[in-house]
Design a protein around this ligand. Structure first.
Ligand code: ADP
Ligand code: MG
Length: 369
């Protein structure tokens, strides 16, 4: 996880158990205790979307907490079933296997909503956020279970860039019920936005089901309901991008605000002093390195926007990235290499004005208690 969410530390005791909730595997359940030892709530860990998701429900009613966790897991599995490009039966695979001939293809409501946000962020980022980099992403292999961590052949990267216009030729049809894929459109890959969408949906589901205080952390995309311990806001530590046991600061995350982080330190390898990671620049076909960006944290009023915007701002780099976040009305922090060398450890940051009112980053790193 690149962001950790914590209750007031002294109130937390973690006890790992293996449990099964409503037939779906939850591999860890943590009990949250109050100072007097009574149970304040539960946190459920599960493995989804290639990463760990934690659903924390601050309610002593175990049955209610388990119901909430099961609802979220069901919803995340439903969304994965639509958007997993490696599942031949998913809707995204159906679109990817359709000809790129400009003929409208029918899409469902989830696909329509996610594509419309993705296209909005594509346009706002001058095409640097691109929802159709599938061939390039597969060539690099960062999303595969058996990632080889090898540099792809530069001729193959160039050939893809020469033959495809990536996501430039994607349009939604009338009422958003169809999508049009013009010739030379790449394979759709919505990996930069889908976790955020799943968090939005899950938070809404929990609210509809009477859960009042909860936190969902899905691969670093975070949404909350109500309050955390002692009736205080949930607290979310922003991971230090180069010191895994440190954070840059803490965001007091209130209901209605979502936090997403994109960084170069989760899926990457280093070759000859250069870091290759999973956020790609469609202009070059290589890992994004504009302005030596290292990590981006975005706060927005929906998680789908926070997620997509954090990836987009990463590719844009610190200068244009902050302007882009301002133009979207999001708050954000972009950490980058002070001397242009992402491996030297010398960090600097740029942030929107509003972000610095919420959190002042400490680049030296604060210990995670
Ligand atoms: P994380 O999964 O670590 O939260 P992101 O939200 O930044 O990271 O998404 C990264 C994923 O987005 C990549 O694994 C890939 O599937 C996809 N991707 C990579 N580069 C781009 C890009 N320029 N535009 C849109 N999606 C991208
Ligand atoms: Mg993202």
């Amino acid at each position: 996880m690149n962001v950790t969410a914590r209750w007031v530390t002294r109130l937390i005791f973690l006890l790992l158990l293996v449990s099964i909730v409503a037939g779906i595997k939850v591999f860890g359940t943590k009990f949250m205790h109050r100072e007097d030892g009574s149970t304040a709530g539960y946190a459920f860990d599960s493995f989804v979307m290639g990463s760990v998701m934690t659903v924390t429900i601050r309610d002593p009613d175990k049955a209610l907490a388990e119901k909430g966790a099961a609802l979220v897991l069901d919803e995340v599995h439903r969304i994965t079933g639509i958007f997993d490009p490696h599942n031949p039966g998913s809707e995204i695979s159906r679109l990817n296997n359709s000809p790129r001939d400009g003929v409208p293809l029918t899409i469902g409501a989830d696909m329509s909503l996610v594509l419309s946000e993705a296209l909005r962020i594509r346009d706002a980022s001058g095409g640097l956020f691109d929802p159709a980099l599938g061939e390039l992403i597969n060539l690099w292999g960062f999303n595969s279970e058996s990632a080889k961590h090898e540099l792809p052949d530069s001729a193959r990267i160039k050939a893809l860039g020469d033959s495809l216009r990536w996501g430039a030729g994607i349009r939604l049809g009338e009422n958003g019920k169809t999508v049009i894929l013009e010739p030379e459109t790449g394979r759709l890959d919505l990996g930069a936005i889908i976790a955020g969408y799943a968090v939005d949906r899950s938070v809404a589901l929990l609210r509809q089901n009477g859960i009042r205080n909860a936190l969902i952390n899905l691969t670093g995309e975070i949404g909350v309901l109500g309050v955390g311990s002692n009736g205080r806001s949930w607290r979310v530590g922003v991971q230090h991008p180069r010191k895994s046991a440190s954070h840059l600061g803490v965001i007091e995350q209130v209901e209605g605000l979502f936090v997403a982080t994109s960084g170069d330190y989760e899926r990457y390898f280093v070759r000859e002093g250069r870091r290759y990671h999973h956020i790609l620049d469609p202009r070059t076909g290589y890992s994004a390195k504009e302005g030596a960006a290292i990590s981006v944290t975005v706060i927005a009023s929906s998680c789908i926007v926070a997620d997509a915007a954090s990836t987009a701002a990463f590719v844009l780099g610190p200068e244009s990235g902050v302007k882009f976040l301002d133009s979207l009305g999001c708050q954000g922090l972009i950490v980058y290499a002070a001397d242009g060398d992402t491996e030297s450890g010398k960090l600097a940051y740029r942030a929107t004005e509003g972000f610095l009112r919420i959190m002042k980053p400490d680049l030296e790193g604060l210990p995670i208690l």
